[in-house]
Write a protein that binds this ligand. Sequence first.
Ligand code: ADP
Length: 610
Amino acid sequence: MKRGHGRKAAKGAADFFKVIWYCMKTLWGTSPRYFAIRIALSIVSLSAPFAVITLTKSLMELLASGYAQASAANAAIGQCLALSLALLALNVLGRAADTLDAYYSGLQRDAMEASVKYRIMEKAAGLDLSFFDSTAFYNEVCDADRNSPLITSTAFYAMDLARYLVQFLVAFAYLFRVSPALPFAFVASAIPCTVVQIKQVEAIYGFQRQYLGEERKMQYTSDVLLLREFAKDVRVYNLFPFISRKFRDIWNALFSKKRGISLRHTRALLALFALPEAVAAASLFLLGASVVMGRRTIGDYTFLQGAMAQTLSGVYLVISSYAQLSDGKMRIQNYMRFLGFPNKVCENGTLELGTGLFCIEFKNVSFRYDDGLPWVLKNVSFSFHSRQKIALVGANGSGKSTVVKLLLRFYDPVEGQILVDGKDIREYGLASYRRHFSTVFQDYSNYAFNVRESVGLSDVSRANDEAGILAALRESGADAFVSGFPQGLDTYLTRRYEENGQELSGGQWQKMAIARACFRKADIYVLDEPSAALDAQSEDEVFRMFHAMHEGKGAVLISHRLSNVHLSDMILVLDHGTLAEQGTHKELMAADGAYAHMYRLQAEKYKDVG
Ligand code: ADP
């Protein structure tokens, strides 16, 4: 049992030093200059009080001596002046160092916060899409992002702790000179409140981790009231009372639990903080008595007083920065864990997929999103080449988008293989492979940047290719409304990024997304339900234009309106994750299977309307 405790404590200490080391490395890495300046300033501001204590002792002893002769008194006044000036210089120096330190620590904090935020963004942007399927992971991202200022603070606590430890150790040595037992008594008296403080921060952080999901729910409820996408519903349905009650219910429950934890520890702390003060008062009393009895000088008394004040402040500062660091330690460990999350879709492929025709083959591919979840694709096999236009059709949930996600390597097949020119897709460099595709997803993204950027995002290396951007806008039909914007391509979309942005309708957004896909010079264009928000005429134009402008290019089209896909070189019909039929429109109509049935059903409807 004891050995178990020992091992746990050793591991705790090792973790603690690992965190401190990591913090120091990160601070240094953010700005070696600020780091070095702050160390130099710390040395000055740490040394000044101790020099003051020593000089004050000499001054006191000088003042306490009797001066019978005028010459001795004059010499003493001279010395007194010199000591006073030296004290002045030291105090000014100490203050100056503290003021400069506040200035540099502000700069260092800003730089570090930006760098932590940057690393979180960089990591999140490179993670597998599958991470975003998991609530637990989403909690981790929110936790890391929300805690980014606290992560910075923790690095600062690590620096403070190192500094206060030095202050404490020097003060310890000073006290040791007066009485060897005294500094040990101090340390012993400070241990109980240190332990309680650490337990308090651990309990509160443990509590926060445990209720992370609740905090996410609170955040979501506030989002519903604050974000634009919900603003209409909130007003029409008068949602504030309902949503705010949800928020309050969670807050009330969390608050009362947290208050209970804090109160328990605060009660203990109130009693325990008296201990080091009692040791200080007893020592001063004993030393005062020995001064009265003539065994010590008044200089010794002031020296002890100064050294004790330094020790006490050192003890409190070490305790508080240690407690803060223990709290932050877990945040830093989470941050380190987050940065270390390994991707499942590994990027260790080295083959380059060159320009020119290539062939893609799904070979007995089966897939499910996670181990416990149902199979979404079962034993799917088909192949096509990069100049063919293929269409995926089937009911909702039959697996069409999943085929696309596997094709783009957002996920890897659980069973079977995807081959590109006969080699496993995993053998290719991810970026070099994805470079051949351009996409409009069902849940395409709307960017608040200006029109030029919103279109150019699909190939930022050609962001200045105005002719290309205009052609893409024409191709998607977006030029019809963009040409009416007073600032043309420089018009911002929505008012989220720029005050005077332009609002778009659902169909207009979709045309922007199609323009973005068209701007990219790809081999295969993937359009997953690209026309859901378009009116019938626009939709027809988009598909016509698309076929005309991308002659000789490959495409993977998903559309529920079969009139859009009947020109495709090959149509794949998915049914509950299996490939039910495959062939050209003509072949499938002749086979008179599921496709022919669906096609006739839709044609009938149009006839009725017509
Ligand atoms: P389709 O595009 O044909 O409508 P999808 O490929 O989007 O179908 O979805 C196929 C099945 O996979 C559906 O049952 C859907 O619920 C499930 N699915 C899709 N995405 C995920 C995901 N990220 N995690 C778990 N299941 C998913």
